[in-house]
Design a protein around this ligand. Sequence first.
Ligand SMILES: O=C(O)C1=C[C@@H](OP(=O)(O)O)[C@@H](O)[C@H](O)C1
Ligand SMILES: C=C(OP(=O)(O)O)C(=O)O
Length: 422
Amino acid sequence: MTPWWPAPHRERPIDAEVVVPGSKSLTNRALVLAALAARGTSRLHQPLVSRDTELMAAALESLGARIERDADSWTVHPLQPTTEPATVDCGLAGTVMRFVPPVAALGSAPVTFDGDPRARERPMAGTIAGLRALGVKVEDEDRGTLPFTVMGEGGVTGGLVEVDASSSSQFVSALLLVGARFREGLDLRHTGAVLPSQPHIDMTVTELRRRGVVVDSTPGRWTIQPGPIAPLDATIEPDLSNAGGYVAAALVTGGRVRVRYWPEETDQAGDAWQRLVPAFGGEVHRDGDTLEFRGTGTLQGADLDLHDVGELTPVVAAIAALAEGPTTLRGIAHLRGHETDRLAALATEINGLGGAVTETDDGLHIDPRSLRAGRFHTYADHRMAHAGVVLGLRVPGIEIEDIATTAKTYPTFARDWTEFTR
Ligand SMILES: O=C(O)C1=C[C@@H](OP(=O)(O)O)[C@@H](O)[C@H](O)C1
Ligand SMILES: C=C(OP(=O)(O)O)C(=O)O
């Protein structure tokens, strides 16, 4: 396949209905918790099957879990703490590189973690320091990043641990997911100045409670009672963050897009589209299990704090680049440690098409400009590709680099988007 994919252009308003695949964050939490269940199989219905979830499944299998993959469901048999050395490929998946090391610490063999070249640049200090504070030996040759080896010594005592999770909420979620399996449970405190992605931490707590784990949560502190994690049959919600391109299409073409099976209540960050769309001048209506997003023909700029929902930023920035007024996006300094430095990547790529984006300390400022044809680099970042295709709807002649990078969380994206824009 050519590395450059011509993004579909649309002169007319979009009018379409979509079903998006399952949530990455929910699938990978469900896999970890099913692997950690005391006994009994768990079934995930409509799991996301993508690079990140296959990497998670393979990681847990290498630690002793067994996973049967059927067309619409995965059945997970829990792991027995491993006694065999193992290696885990994290790819570029934050959930794998942060959630699996504490699982490895329950075993009694060394487990080595590595990933894509960019994975070696992503922040890992919270995981490494957190495990060490719990008495787990981690060999990282003082790099503080991947690759490193967790030297499992037959379990973790647990108790009080302080972690600075200002660069990723996943440092908190990772220890919470495993805390009930520590001999004394977990008393986790966040020490940093800011804590991003609160909905993802809420999601972790919700998923633990659904499986009978006793969690007490106050701002910046979580306690987990030691005890069994129950197996669970769970249907995975659609990925509302990956619905972003479709939602944006309604806004930027002045059309309407219906997203099926939008949960009434959810911890997903992508639920924030319900407030972000009106901020840009669009409308949102619920009709049963479907949420309809409408563009009104007005696309205004907005001043938005995306600290809690940082993963929506690339598509939000693309919407803003097409808006009639200026937009400021705040609270997202931690995006510099995502799949790529998303603040730099968005500024470079939108400006390369004639845009006016400036990086700030903690976000982006985007002034309206008329954009022109050109190439949009994606830096192995699925969400950069989603941002590029949104621009392509309104700007003819945009080519996206490596559209296949969307396979991280949405393998059928290019085909679905082509169908959607037809
Ligand atoms: O726990 C999770 O599933 C995630 C947490 C967030 O990470 P950060 O807090 O590192 O942004 C989010 O951006 C990521 O896409 C998924
Ligand atoms: C930040 C993201 O992913 P990861 O889980 O790899 O951190 C993302 O999907 O936007």
